[in-house]
Write a protein that binds this ligand. Sequence first.
Ligand SMILES: *Cc1c(COP(=O)(O)O)cnc(C)c1O
Length: 457
Amino acid sequence: MNDNKIPYKIYLSEDEIPKQWYNVRADMKNKPAPLLNPATLKPMTAEELGAVFCDELIKQELDDNTKWIDIPDDILSFYKMYRPSPLVRAYCLEEKLKTPAKIYYKFEGNNTSGSHKLNSAIAQAYYAKKQGLKGVTTETGAGQWGTALSMACAYLGLDCLVYMVKVSYEQKPFRREVMRTYGATVTPSPSDTTEVGRKILAEFPGTTGSLGCAISEAVEAEATREGYKYVLGSVLNQVLLHQTIIGLETHTALKKYDIKPDIIIGCAGGGSNLGGLISPFMGEKLRGEADYRIIAVEPASCPSFTRGKFAYDFCDTGKICPLAKMYTLGSQFIPSPNHAGGLRFHGMSPILSQLYHDGLMEAVAVEQTSVFEAATTFARVEGILPAPESSHAIRVAIDEALKCKETGEEKTIVFGLTGTGYFDMVAYQKYNDGAMSDYIPTDAEIEKGFAGLPAQP
Ligand SMILES: *Cc1c(COP(=O)(O)O)cnc(C)c1O
């Protein structure tokens, strides 16, 4: 163990924290397709987006060409409260697996929100504050994004209205209370506080909600309130941009010890952590400077990359948001009720979708019992109790390390450990009780989702 000079945890010093975000779109030959106005099917203009989003964030959303974007000082100061995050050599996991592979993970769970989402929450809240707004509205599924945004808003003195998917609101009361402790107003979605919520409730009485539905409600809540804008925790180009802090720190840390990764792995929900982690490496790949295997891991019960269509689709159930071109299962797709592992959004980041379409990265879908098995193995040897979402990446990192054991190859594997799982103990309980099952949607179910896709421009 500890056979070379590489420390257990590679920390950067404060002044090694990146001062700019990296915009991978600048290096992409095939740019991600623009967001379209669902009524006109024309690209959304900055002015149209201004009805929903903050001005500076719209600039970032539409900017396909500026390679480096300065991180404002106030955001850097906030980052310093919990960054840099460690890049950890998983010596104990390697030993447990008896693999010649070298495994590293970038751990983003060292803050109260328990995930990487704070990296973009603080940026989005900062630009809202700078624009003189009173507050922001958003949705949250499992609760990590809502928590991160509540923390950022509390820090900056902004009001924060969160629509939380009803099933999570009820099953994760502690998440909800963390948000309220940070001053947010949390409403279970669908609710009767918005027109779209009332419509969905009338159409599907007893529904436990979905992310797409909560997005519709949060957007309506923004549109009907003076001084508020809507913010989103994943999928959008701007969110991937903010999350590049993860990849840039990882890149610097690896360089510091002259480590060259062979495989980079991340879980993919809407694609923000994965996009952030891989961006600097993808940039090298796009510029022909280096090559890496890059693997997105998604749940077999919500397989947007591996079984979805690359098409324009709505980001929300209520069909009030712009159309995004992405790998999608259809905006009406809802994972089966036994799905406990998060990553349940029907679509995928347009940037990652384009990169995947162009063959620059791979994707695998894994079943949830095997994800929790990997989570448990990891927790027992590495100490950290991983979020179910993050554990998708652990699963494939372990699988790749086991392949190395067979072939004797000493590959270097880096994966993103996006967060901790303390609020997911109901899911862990199910696994521990042997009561967790897997569900893979049938082709007919997937086709049903596609039937809801809008006419393609
Ligand atoms: C939200 C979340 C994810 C998935 O979101 P992405 O936008 O795909 O990164 C993964 N892990 C954790 C811990 C999360 O909170």
